[in-house]
Design a protein around this ligand. Structure first.
Ligand code: NAD
Length: 459
């Protein structure tokens, strides 16, 4: 592979490094290697695989600062968050290394005396993994660790904006003693061209994808050609409901963490903030003060809280959402526009109403739109009135209301008085247009295991 493409730093616009630009022939070669490596990797015990995974985790933690800097430079995440992401990514490896030992089977009571019925779990086979740029380490390990722990081999295609972190993780895998062909990274500027051989090849048994709903739907259709199993972690449009009895300062703190982390470029970040009329003004004033205090700047500085957006397309979308809202009557309380380069000012919008794009689409930027509501049933209906169903949040001191609303929300994840529910041992994933399947916890391992039923008639 001699062709390369450049990775650029969104904070400075400068070129960071050239990486291999894989094409379809490289993809076919990687598939052959992943298929060859599958039988020996599957044959190793889960305990043996866990040892390799734990060594990999140790090297990730050793290289925390190196990986964090790579990540910040290639996609603009503030360095303090990048360090946190390396630890989060390593925690997935730790969890799945151990969980791989618990891929239990079952013995089913038989309907006849002379039979024994068994269900066992086996790895699905070689896996094709496609990941986005917004969590360049954690989205990789959340897929690759359970796949490897289950006994699958993986070819990973990272996003073209953030291949450097993935390449470093691949190098550490080999340093940890992992077979080179069990986990391969293919970097490319042509995701569709490189993906085609995977969809055409029936030996690749699984597609696991994290990214936009639009691309996810396309790949779901492609995967049907060779009847692959799929896991799809897609876009979100999270509502954040603040009820009249909420702890307002706590809710503001959590909305700040949920909304402005990664400059608002997360699939679970609060995208629509519905606040009850009785506390609306207090909430909005506190939120505006907190947003004004955010430190925007060079993401390599330890104290930076908001960095640039990842690219021009991202910045243009955020700018268009704010312009559309303002044209339709929203009021800018703080921020409101782009700054130099790829930066967008942390923004609070008030008087946001239905019909604005920002209440329909994922914004993926540091903009907090606040909507006033009066009726609990109406706000739950508004929260559900979207094709998306990834994460939702609600704030209340009333346990009964907390349960009732959590159960009524059509979402895969609900945070009750909790703006940051994600953790490696809990199920993460969406319903409706937000995807299929779960990552994390025992559910994350199941995605890489097939159930085999064995019926034994005793002689
Ligand atoms: P994207 O869909 O543009 O790209 C995601 C990946 O798909 C990248 O690796 C890209 O190269 C690849 N890709 C794009 N077109 C392709 C094609 N035709 N064939 C094969 N691969 C293709 O998304 P993005 O901009 O990188 O990421 C942002 C999106 O990801 C947001 O919508 C966000 O909500 C979502 N996301 C979801 C989760 C989740 O867990 N649900 C987590 C993080 C991000």
């Amino acid at each position: 592979m001699s062709a390369t493409f450049a990775v650029t730093n969104p904070a400075t616009g400068s070129e960071l490094q050239a990486v291999p630009d894989a094409g379809p022939a490289d993809a076919r070669a990687a598939i052959d290697r992943a298929v060859q490596a599958f039988a020996p990797w599957k044959a190793r015990t889960a305990f043996d695989r866990a040892n390799v995974l734990q060594a990999w985790r140790g090297l990730m933690l050793r290289d925390e600062e190196i990986i964090a800097r790579l990540m910040t430079q290639e996609m603009g995440k503030p360095i303090a968050e990048s360090r946190g992401e390396v630890r989060y990514a390593a925690a997935f490896v730790e969890w799945f290394a151990e969980e791989g030992k618990r891929a239990y089977g079952e013995i089913i009571p038989s309907h006849v005396a002379g039979k024994r019925l068994l269900a066992m779990r086996q790895p699905v086979g070689p896996v094709y993994a496609v990941t986005p740029w917004n969590f360049p380490a954690a989205m990789v390990t959340r897929k690759v660790a359970p796949a490897l722990a289950a006994g699958c081999t993986v070819v990973l295609k990272p996003a073209e904006q953030s291949p450097l972190t993935a390449l470093h993780l691949e190098a550490l895998w080999q340093q940890a003693g992992g077979p080179a062909d069990a986990f391969q990274v293919l970097t490319t500027s042509d995701p569709a061209g490189v993906s085609e051989p995977f969809f055409a090849d029936a030996r690749v048994r699984k597609l696991t994808f994290t990214g936009s709903t639009e691309v996810g739907k396309r790949l779901y259709a492609e995967a049907a050609r060779t009847m692959k199993r799929v896991s799809l972690e897609l876009g979100g449009h999270a509502p954040f409901l603040v009820f009249a009895d909420a702890d307002v300062p706590a809710a503001v703190l959590q909305v700040m963490a949920s909304k402005f982390r990664n400059a608002g470029q997360t699939c679970v970040c609060a995208n629509r903030i519905y606040v009850h009329a009785s506390i609306h003004d207090e909430f909005s004033a506190r939120l505006a003060d907190a947003v004004r205090a955010l430190r925007v700047g060079d993401p390599l500085r330890d104290d930076t809280q908001v960095g640039p957006l990842v690219d021009r397309a991202g910045l243009d979308k955020v700018t268009a959402h704010v312009a559309d809202a303002v044209a339709k009557g929203a009021r800018v309380v703080v921020g409101g526009g782009p700054r130099d380069g790829l930066y967008f000012e942390p923004t609070v919008l008030a008087d946001v109403t239905d019909g604005m794009r920002i209440l329909k689409e994922e914004t993926f930027g540091p903009v907090a739109p606040v909507v006033m509501f009066r009726d609990d049933a109406e706000v739950v209906a508004a929260a559900n009135a979207t094709p998306y169903g990834l994460a939702a949040y609600l704030w209340t001191r009333d346990l009964g209301r907390g349960f009732r609303v959590a159960e009524a929300l059509d979402y895969g994840i609900v945070g009750v008085n909790d703006g940051l529910p994600s953790t490696p041992h809990a199920p993460f994933g969406g319903v409706k247009d937000s995807g299929i399947g779960r990552e994390g916890g025992k559910w994350g391992l199941e995605e890489y295991l097939d159930v085999k039923y064995i019926s034994i008639a005793l002689p």
